[in-house]
Ligand binder design. Structure first.
Ligand code: ATP
Ligand code: MG
Ligand code: MG
Ligand code: MG
Length: 480
């Protein structure tokens, strides 16, 4: 089953259970000081959970574009190194706003996975929240009892707050959850060890696919929990991981969307994918992953820039360029070609990609051209400094200079250094950065806006430029 069909089946299944399908919210968040990017399906419904806003529909289904590169849920360091975390991914979700609760949520999840998608029941494990003393929370007996009617007891695992209590951030709506994991290992591997012991242990093939969150609490800034006015259901299933399971693959990168991107990388670079942990494989995965994050961010109006969310996007892009440069010998822009491929693959469902295709391709290409110019000199300098420095720690001042002069994001320098067993003085770097910020604050009393309008009502893309002083252009297009 192709990814597009898997997504469609999810939406249709919940529509048949009287859910209304809604669009994904933009991947970039602009009106929430606690969040920079959408990191879960629930973000756009936060105010409904908190009781600040009424729900237009009590039951909703959607697929949400998510980006986990900052804040509480930051997966950037894992991406490419492992084979199942992405920066940008799609989170399929069904929602109950004060309507059905644990019983239906669990039973429908089971029905969808085993009857519609026909996942082998003997590969499934589920978890329930074991409770937590500090927060005065009890074992989730209710969820356990529902599961007990569906699945053998030895396949139900109690798990702790880290894995089974979902929180959006330091504050906000939260609640215990119950998760579904699938053991995708070969029969012989399954015969030699129990999948149960590998659940929640970051095994690449005993993989968490779906989180059913029982939203009933709110974390306040003093750390205390208070009950929400109503109880809600918030579920999130990673589409890429579901595709991995349904397509019988060992990694999300072996599924249809990524295979196409990787084919194109192989074609453009002449390098082969398939050595799993080699640097070149990591580089290929990083490129295939990062191009999605960047393309979706640009489509939603977030240009790469030197501040805020724009800088996060620029860093992701530069990270991909550097991997391609160092491990695949790439010397010419290439990611923009991947962006083209991606738009063809995903633009059918996410029309914002199609509508902004020229903009995406143009911006990615320009970013690549400009960073490739300084990359070689920057890398040489890091080599030299690292060679000349006694001990394992490089001064933060030097890392700041690389950032300031060559556009080397500190995390990129950190990554290159870590490959040499070295690190840098982060405090010193932060201090230099702060000094620079103060200098520019004095120089300009206007903040640089990195937020542009990407589409007007006629669907015409107006490229107003990035890194420009456009403080009044803060509005972006929401999908109709
Ligand atoms: P993991 O433990 O694998 O890091 P998580 O517990 O952080 O996942 P949740 O916050 O529970 O993930 O999100 C719900 C679902 O979204 C997960 O069950 C998974 O299928 C998917 N998901 C989460 N993070 C990623 C990611 N970085 N890339 C791809 N899919 C993800
Ligand atoms: Mg995680
Ligand atoms: Mg988890
Ligand atoms: Mg989880």
């Amino acid at each position: 089953m192709k990814t597009a069909e898997i997504r469609q089946k999810f939406l249709e299944f919940f529509e048949s259970k009287k859910h209304t399908a809604v669009d994904s919210a933009p991947i970039v968040v602009k009106n929430d000081p606690t969040l920079m990017f959408t990191n879960a399906g629930m973000n756009q419904f936060k105010d409904i959970f908190l009781g600040n806003e009424p729900a237009a529909n009590e039951r909703v289904v959607d697929t949400q574009k998510c980006l986990r590169v900052s804040g509480k849920h930051n997966d950037l360091e894992e991406v490419g190194v492992d084979t199942y975390h992405h920066t940008m991914f799609e989170m399929l979700g069904n929602w109950s706003f004060g309507d059905y609760y644990k019983k239906e949520a669990i039973e429908w999840a089971w029905e969808l996975l085993t009857e519609v998608y026909k996942i082998d029941k003997s590969r499934i494990y589920v978890t329930v929240f074991e409770g937590d003393k500090d927060d005065h929370l009890e074992f989730d007996q209710e969820a356990f009892d529902v599961w007990k009617n569906l699945i053998a007891e030895e396949r139900i695992i109690s798990a702790n707050k880290k894995d089974n209590f979902w929180e959006m951030g330091d504050v906000g709506p939260c609640g215990p959850c119950s998760e579904i994991h699938v053991d995708m290992r070969s029969d012989s591997a399954r015969a030699s060890s129990n999948g149960r012991d590998l659940v929640n242990h970051d095994h690449p093939e005993v993989i968490e696919i779906w989180n059913l969150v029982f939203m009933e609490l709110q974390r306040k800034s003093d750390g205390k929990l208070i009950p929400l006015k109503s109880k809600h259901i918030d579920t999130g299933m990673g589409l890429e991981r579901l595709a991995m399971v349904l397509q019988g693959k060992q990694s999300t990168y072996d599924t249809d969307i990524f295979v196409k991107l990787i084919d194109r990388i192989e074609k453009e670079t002449g390098k082969k994918y398939g050595f799993k942990s080699s640097k070149s494989d990591i580089a290929i995965r990083v490129m295939a992953d990062h191009v999605r994050a960047v393309a979706f961010a640009i489509a939603d109006g977030q240009m790469p820039s030197n501040t805020g969310a724009g800088y996060v996007i620029r860093r992701i892009l530069r990270r991909a360029i550097r991997y391609a440069y160092s491990f695949l010998d790439v010397r010419e822009p290439i990611l923009y070609k991947l962006a083209e491929e991606l738009i063809a693959l995903m633009g059918g469902f996410f029309e914002e990609l199609n509508k902004n295709s020229n903009l995406i391709i143009q911006v990615v290409k320009e970013e690549e051209e400009s960073f490739l110019k300084t990359l070689a000199r920057g890398i040489d300098l890091i080599e030299k400094i690292s060679f000349e420095t006694k001990g394992d720690s490089i001064s933060g001042q030097v890392v700041f200079e690389l950032y300031d002069t060559y556009g080397f994001p500190a995390d990129l320098t950190g990554l290159i250094l870590s490959e040499k067993g070295k690190s840098f003085d982060e405090k010193e770097f932060e201090a230099e950065l702060e000094k620079q910020k103060n200098r520019s604050r004095k120089a300009a009393n206007q903040e640089t806006g990195d937020w542009i309008i990407v589409n007007d009502d006629q669907g015409v893309t107006s490229f107003v430029g990035y890194d420009s002083l456009q403080t009044d252009l803060k509005i972006m297009r929401y999908r109709k």
